[in-house]
Write a protein that binds this ligand. Structure first.
Ligand SMILES: Cc1cc(-c2n[nH]c(CCNC(=O)c3cc(-c4ccc(F)cc4)cc(O)c3O)n2)ccn1
Ligand SMILES: [Mg+2]
Length: 214
């Protein structure tokens, strides 16, 4: 019996989506979350902006902070060429368990490494333990009060290079005001705001793209 909302989302995907078809996984999560139960996936409106930023960045090494059910992991990885490495960090074991099954069902598990733990522990391990040199693309979608400290931690760990793209969800709702102030005023990023809407709602939200100047 599906106790949690995340398990109900997984169940709906397993029943209604097509195994190995990432787009059908995305479409069915959006269908369930707009018709039955709201949930905090980036959604389709902001998802199209995410798709476009990923396509223009053509990244080889990607980090996501906040896997949740794996919706944005599937969204991003469906666009990537073979051989690309995608790391996603999840703090909540129940979320990670659902995400792995959704990513697997979409046929993308070979591209994805779901790293369970806190960003404060995992980010400093990326170079030595996970053989990351620098990150081409970072999608920030975890706890909103961790956006700024974790961006500063990425800098401190020398994981960003000239042109690295940091794309953050929810900079209006729930909001990440200290992150916005930091990336727009610290002089290390070229920032672009992409106005959109909160997933499955009519409320305004936005993505912020911050390109590291190196
Ligand atoms: C590694 C690590 C990972 C995590 C982590 N993993 N998964 C998450 C989820 C985080 N996301 C959100 O909280 C979120 C909230 C809203 C929202 C909520 C209620 C409203 F009324 C309006 C909007 C909308 C969104 O789009 C969101 O993304 N955190 C946390 C810590 N460390
Ligand atoms: Mg979000």
């Amino acid at each position: 019996l599906c106790q949690t909302k995340e398990q109900r989302i997984l169940d709906f995907v397993l029943k209604n989506a097509v195994r190995g078809d990432p787009q059908s996984v995305i479409d069915n999560i959006d269908k369930y979350c707009s018709q039955r139960e709201w949930s905090m996936n980036v959604g389709n409106e902001k998802g199209i902006i995410l798709d476009n930023v990923v396509k223009e960045s053509n990244p080889s090494t990607i980090l996501e902070l906040g896997t949740y059910c794996g919706y944005s992991a599937v969204r991003i990885c469906r666009l990537l060429k073979p051989g690309v490495r995608f790391f996603t960090v999840e703090f909540n074991p129940a979320y990670a368990a659902v995400a792995k099954q959704i990513i697997e069902f979409a046929g993308l598990i070979d591209k994805v490494q779901v790293l369970e733990g806190s960003t404060g522990d995992i980010i400093p391990q990326l170079k030595k333990k996970y053989e990351v040199d620098t990150l081409d693309f970072v999608f920030v979608d975890h706890w909103k009060d961790k956006y700024k400290p974790d961006t500063q931690l990425l800098e401190k760990c020398n994981l960003l290079r000239k042109g690295s793209v940091v794309l953050a969800d929810n900079v209006i709702v729930p909001g990440a005001p200290d992150f916005l102030e930091y990336v727009r005023n610290c002089g290390k990023y070229d920032c672009t705001n992409f106005p959109s809407f909160l997933e499955y709602m009519d409320e305004k939200d936005a993505l912020e793209k911050a390109v590291f100047r190196g």
